[in-house]
Design a protein around this ligand. Structure first.
Ligand code: UGA
Length: 377
């Protein structure tokens, strides 16, 4: 079997290639515009990497799709800052370019594993109910989890460009579904819910303070720099974080699905037990930083609240809460996420420190890096 991953050099792609090398005998071909996160894999005999941009090397991409048994499409901009700053660029890559891949897979009868996003669900139905209408104690008991085949997709108005990513991905999901129904496309759509782990995004200060990384990378950078951790609108939004190792265990089973149990299915991958507010995340990361890395003398970062327009720009709106319903993944893949929040945040922070130390040749206050004991739920 030959599996081709477009976007194999990103955070998820790099872990998937690693997983496939360790857990299968398939031939792996991958493309990306950077190999920074997969350098350690380039000499693997069953993995062939091509430095290639699907927006430019169209004929080459087409040839790869034609030669593959399974095509995994991971190519996307997934940074809220970019949805607001460059909505047309996001639409072009995340919809237009991806649409071409869907059409190619349909034409060539190649199995397509398309990476969608939890952001497709948008905001919860409960966020539309004004405060005070439902008593707080009842509100807390209501189910707002997101289910692939029932949950409505709720987004804000068009002048809020944050939603261009959600809607681009939603439209692509709909076209894939229709291509399955009417043209027999063999597909599986995957919806990741906030995966984190080693090689997640990057520290903004290592790339001229590029503002695009997501919260976990922003907070880690602020802690390392002794600057403020900025909570957008007080950090009341909630996220469920998923360990990348748990995630690839599910993703790998989808890629190697020889029985067809994931045929024409949309599947959430996430950990509903790892929910935390953004404020809680900032505090957790500062506590871990103080315990593991702080020299005890330099300034420990403050946590402050900033208005979303100041941080992201006028086109921003937030997803209030994102709890995955993973019953389908459990049922089809015989899978269960096991790593708890504190474990995966510690592991991700340690990976940032390791990367920084190896690039800069420096050592942070903490002199020994004791192996982490996996905490499971
Ligand atoms: C992002 C993408 O938009 C999703 O499509 C993707 O699926 C998801 O990441 C993911 O990792 O799976 P989001 O969780 O909103 O979604 O991304 P973040 O930028 O990390 O924002 C999380 C929360 O933290 C938001 O409430 C945001 O306002 C807040 N935030 C972010 C801060 O308070 N401070 C920061 O410095 C950065």
């Amino acid at each position: 079997m030959k599996i081709c991953l477009l976007g194999c050099g990103g955070f998820i792609g790099s872990h998937l290639v690693e997983w496939l090398i360790e857990n299968s005998d398939v031939e792996i071909v991958g493309t990306d515009i950077s190999d920074d996160k997969i350098r350690h894999l380039l000499d693997e005999p069953r993995f062939t990497y091509h430095h290639s941009d699907l927006r430019v090397d169209k004929a080459f991409t087409e040839q790869l799709v034609r030669e593959a048994d399974v095509l995994v499409d991971l190519v996307a901009v997934a940074s809220p800052k970019k949805y607001v700053d460059d909505p047309l660029g996001v639409f072009d890559l995340d919809f237009m370019e991806n649409l071409r891949i869907v059409e190619l897979c349909t034409e060539t009868k190649t199995r397509l594993i398309q990476f969608s996003t939890c952001e497709v669900y948008g905001q919860t139905w409960l966020s539309l109910v004004p405060d005070g209408v439902i008593p707080d104690d009842v509100r807390e008991t209501l189910d707002v989890s997101m289910n692939e085949d029932d949950t409505p997709l709720i987004v804000g108005p068009t002048d809020k460009s944050r939603w261009i990513y959600s809607v681009s991905k939603q439209m692509l999901d709909r076209i894939i579904h229709a291509s399955g129904e009417h043209r027999g496309l063999d597909y599986t759509i995957v919806r990741p819910f906030n995966f984190v782990g080693p090689r997640f995004d990057f520290l903004p200060s290592t790339r001229n303070n590029d503002p695009s990384p997501r919260a976990v990378a922003q907070f880690m950078d602020a802690l390392l720099q002794g600057t403020e951790l900025k909570l957008v609108d007080g950090g009341s939004a909630l996220r469920c974080y998923t360990d990348i190792d748990d995630a690839v265990e599910a993703l790998g089973r989808i890629l190697l699905d020889r029985k067809g149990v994931t045929f024409q299915e949309t599947i959430n991958i996430g950990n509903p037990r790892n929910e935390i507010s953004v404020e809680g995340l900032a505090n957790l990361m500062r506590d871990i930083y103080a315990e593991e890395y702080w020299d005890g003398e330099s300034k420990l970062s403050d946590i402050v609240s900033v208005h979303h327009e100041e941080f992201f720009g006028r086109g921003y709106q937030d997803c209030d809460r994102r709890v995955p319903n993973v019953d389908k993944a459990r049922r089809l893949l015989d899978w269960e996420p096991v790593h708890d929040l504190e474990y995966l945040i510690r592991k991700t922070m340690q990976a940032f420190v390791d990367d920084l130390e190896s690039t800069e040749g420096t050592t942070l206050a903490r002199s020994t890096s004791a192996p982490l004991a996996p905490a499971t739920v």
